[in-house]
Design a protein around this ligand. Structure first.
Ligand SMILES: Cc1cc2nc3c(=O)[nH]c(=O)nc-3n(C[C@H](O)[C@H](O)[C@H](O)COP(=O)(O)OP(=O)(O)OC[C@H]3O[C@@H](n4cnc5c(N)ncnc54)[C@H](O)[C@@H]3O)c2cc1C
Length: 232
């Protein structure tokens, strides 16, 4: 059953290309799986009322003592424009959570977790990182993270701090920086840095094309456990 809560915006960070990070504090905060998503409406509603117009967003954080959730939102259309206009610090909205199957393996606590992120597709992986840190499993995560320009990287210092140096692969396609590859991720990068592709869990999140490309390539290379988080 989904959980309803009023949520208050406690902070906002701006990133490139119409992207904002919102930290929401929830009145009704219950455990949820890393990698799941919520539905957000700008209206104040209770569980007994009809659920109004809303949009789904990945929860980009894991269960914590502060009772907060991080959302990374790109302004693309009517509702996300309203969110950017109305969700200022101190404003409230209603969320229901947690949905989705894009979650860490339940029983396997050993094998590699290979995350492939394009742009705002980093969201569920921030949640994975926080969860794996709590489970002392951070060594398992390999992260391939591609953006267009350096300002599009979300929580990069945090990521660099948590993901083991040899397990973090950064790509910046449209601008040259000396700490990231100036090209797209390719399948060889992923395969040569995965110890056991039969046992690794691959997770892909990004644009539809990004997901379709890597899913196809991984399948063609006989990867067994492929998980995708499709946003459209
Ligand atoms: C499970 C899930 C998780 C998600 N997680 C996130 C997340 O963490 N962060 C995030 O930013 N998004 C996420 N999304 C996507 C997010 O929900 C959508 O971006 C959002 O619903 C768009 O709402 P909107 O009303 O602003 O856009 P809409 O107005 O509904 O537009 C949707 C799309 O249509 C295009 N469009 C709109 N009008 C036109 C037009 N006239 N002609 C051509 N194209 C048009 C827009 O460019 C946009 O790409 C997620 C979606 C799903 C399903």
């Amino acid at each position: 059953m989904s959980i309803f809560s009023r949520a208050t915006v406690v902070s906002i960070k701006d990133y490139g290309d119409n992207i904002k990070e919102f930290i929401l504090k929830l009145d009704n905060y219950k455990r949820f799986e890393a990698g799941t998503f919520l539905q957000l409406t700008l209206k104040e509603v209770t569980a007994s009322e009809r659920w109004p117009d809303s949009r789904p967003f990945s929860i980009a954080s894991y269960y914590n003592d502060d009772k907060t959730m991080r959302l990374i939102i790109r302004k693309v259309g009517r509702y996300t424009t309203k969110i950017f206009d109305q969700l200022v610090v101190g404003a409230t909205c209603t969320v229901k959570y947690a949905f989705g199957e894009f979650i860490l393996p339940m029983f396997d606590k050993e094998n590699e977790i290979v995350c492939i992120a394009g742009g705002t597709g980093i969201s569920p992986f921030l949640s994975f990182i926080e969860c794996l840190e709590k489970e002392e499993g951070l060594d398992r995560i390999k992260l391939f993270y591609s953006v267009r320009t350096p300002k599009d990287y979300i929580e990069l210092d945090y990521i660099k701090n948590k993901v083991r140096k040899g397990n973090l692969f950064l790509y910046c396609t449209d601008e040259k920086v000396d700490w990231a590859e100036n090209r797209r991720i390719n399948i060889e990068d992923i395969l040569k840095n995965t110890k056991d592709k039969d046992r690794a869990d691959f997770y892909i999140c990004g644009s539809n094309e990004f997901i379709a490309d890597f899913k196809k390539e991984l399948k063609a290379n006989d990867a067994k456990r492929i998980n995708t988080d499709e946003w459209q």
